[in-house]
Design a protein around this ligand. Structure first.
Ligand SMILES: [Zn+2]
Length: 452
């Protein structure tokens, strides 16, 4: 049954439970219909080379058995499903990936699905309606999925729009990766706040989760969660693209960081902190943050804190690379101050990544796509490889580590019995050459084929 049909039935059930006056005859009537439409959906993938668990050895000639979106077994050889395992109402499809390398769907822990950086950003933000932005986000979500990214964490968007996009994908209204959507909490005038506009516009555009002082930041965090945040995104330091004179130093005070992180954890949410300068990285790590985004100027103390706390570094090398190229291009939309900042920080990001990786910091794959083009997410892997990371570790960072960071290891990150059938395929092995990830030709998410 399609996700849409399931959603429709769920909604109908909800309607029935809501309308208490509805008589039971209709409920019984519906229930008597349900068994006949609860047919199972079987799929069998014949994989030429299979990497079920990144970090372990791949195996040749395997079959992945899938029922209703979940993996039921992985078996040696190209097997057929026994006739007595399916009934007349069930559907069964064989998928031939005998000439492909097959692995778990990729996970990008840092995207911005609502837009792409470019010269028209400012005028678009004033011209486009929320509905326009939602349509554009849906387009970018699909591009991301077709590139092999079956799960993403969106770390910065207009909250109502990204929550709606996440929910629409989950229901099955539109194709897209599974979205872990953030609510942003930032201080007045900080990197997560709006700038560079007239005072009236700034008043209109300022988010209700901009906060100052520990108690106000506790309120902002709880508010973000109330309205639908899966994860809290904070900006403990300045950023590359915000036109403030504060550079990339610490912006959120220690007491504000602590309050946000404690309030989020108390309500079961993790916290991701954008951070460039070491003092901001270290303050966020000391306050108990779950991931540091960018982490450009991590120092020796940061490495110690990373390892002590178990927090992840999400390097976003692609963002660094993209802004350097944009800053060096003729003309462009960046002010001279931002250009200088972009070139400096972009270069430093790559060096920091190499030393953090060598020191054994846990790394989760993340691109900051939206700075770069959506659908180009796998280019991050090339930059990670250039930074000295092994191909095997890159695949771990983009599967197992992503799942761990979003607390979904029980259902995502590897191809094993009971897990979601999030499966991609490419022509050659990324273990031999990581650029194979750029050419994903098959994408399945929860058992539904999106690209073949
Ligand atoms: Zn970002």
């Amino acid at each position: 049954m399609s996700n849409l049909a399931i959603a429709a039935i769920r909604r109908f059930h909800y309607y029935l439970s809501y309308k208490k006056s509805f008589n039971l005859v209709i409920i019984f009537g519906l229930c008597s219909v349900l068994p006949s439409i609860q047919a199972a959906d079987f799929k069998v993938i014949h994989a030429g080379e299979l990497l079920s668990i990144a970090g372990e050895k791949s195996t040749k000639q395997q079959s992945i058995l899938i029922k209703d979106g979940k993996i039921t077994a992985i078996k040696k050889g190209y097997i057929d499903l026994a006739a007595d395992q399916i009934t007349a109402n069930d559907t069964l499809e064989y998928i031939d990936l005998k000439n492909s390398f097959v692995m778990s769907g990729l996970m990008d822990m840092h995207v911005h699905l609502q837009g792409e950086l470019g010269p028209n950003n400012d005028s678009e933000s004033l011209r486009m309606s929320d509905a326009d932005v939602a349509m554009k986000s849906a387009y970018f979500a699909n591009k991301t999925l077709l590139a092999g990214f079956t799960t993403v964490r969106d770390l910065g968007a207009k909250p109502e729009q990204i929550y709606a996009l996440r929910d629409a994908v989950n229901i099955g209204w539109i194709p897209g990766p599974r979205i872990i959507a953030s609510g942003g909490v930032s201080v007045t005038g900080g990197h997560g706040d709006v700038d560079g506009k007239s005072p009236d516009l700034l008043d209109m555009l300022t988010s209700k989760t901009i906060c100052d002082g520990p108690f106000d930041c506790r309120r902002a965090t709880r508010r973000a969660i109330k309205y639908g945040a899966d994860v809290i995104k904070i900006t403990s330091t300045g950023g590359v693209l915000s036109d403030t004179n504060t550079g990339t130093g610490q912006q959120m005070a220690n007491d504000e960081l602590k309050e946000v992180i404690d309030a989020a954890h108390a309500l079961g949410r993790k916290v991701a902190s954008h951070a460039h300068a070491a003092e901001g990285i270290n303050a966020a790590l000391r306050a108990g943050v779950d991931s540091i985004e960018h982490g450009s100027y991590a120092n020796k103390e940061s490495i110690k804190l990373f390892k002590k706390s178990g927090a992840y570094l999400v390097p976003t090398l692609l963002a660094g690379d993209t802004v350097v190229q944009m800053a060096k291009a003729e003309g462009g939309f960046m002010s001279d101050a931002i250009k200088a900042k972009a070139i400096r920080v972009g270069h430093d990001m790559q060096n920091n990544f190499s030393s953090a990786y060598k020191a054994g910091v846990k790394i989760a794959f993340g691109t900051d796509s939206g700075v770069s083009h959506h659908g180009d997410n796998a280019k991050e892997a090339i930059l990670m490889s250039q930074g000295g990371m092994s191909n095997q570790d890159i695949l771990v960072s983009a599967t197992i580590n992503g799942a761990d960071l979003i607390d979904m290891s029980a259902s995502l990150g590897t191809l094993e019995q009971g897990k979601q059938a999030d499966i991609i395929a490419m022509k050659s092995s990324p273990l031999d050459n990581i650029s194979a990830l750029l050419d994903v030709h098959f994408v399945m998410k929860s058992g539904s084929v999106h690209k073949q």
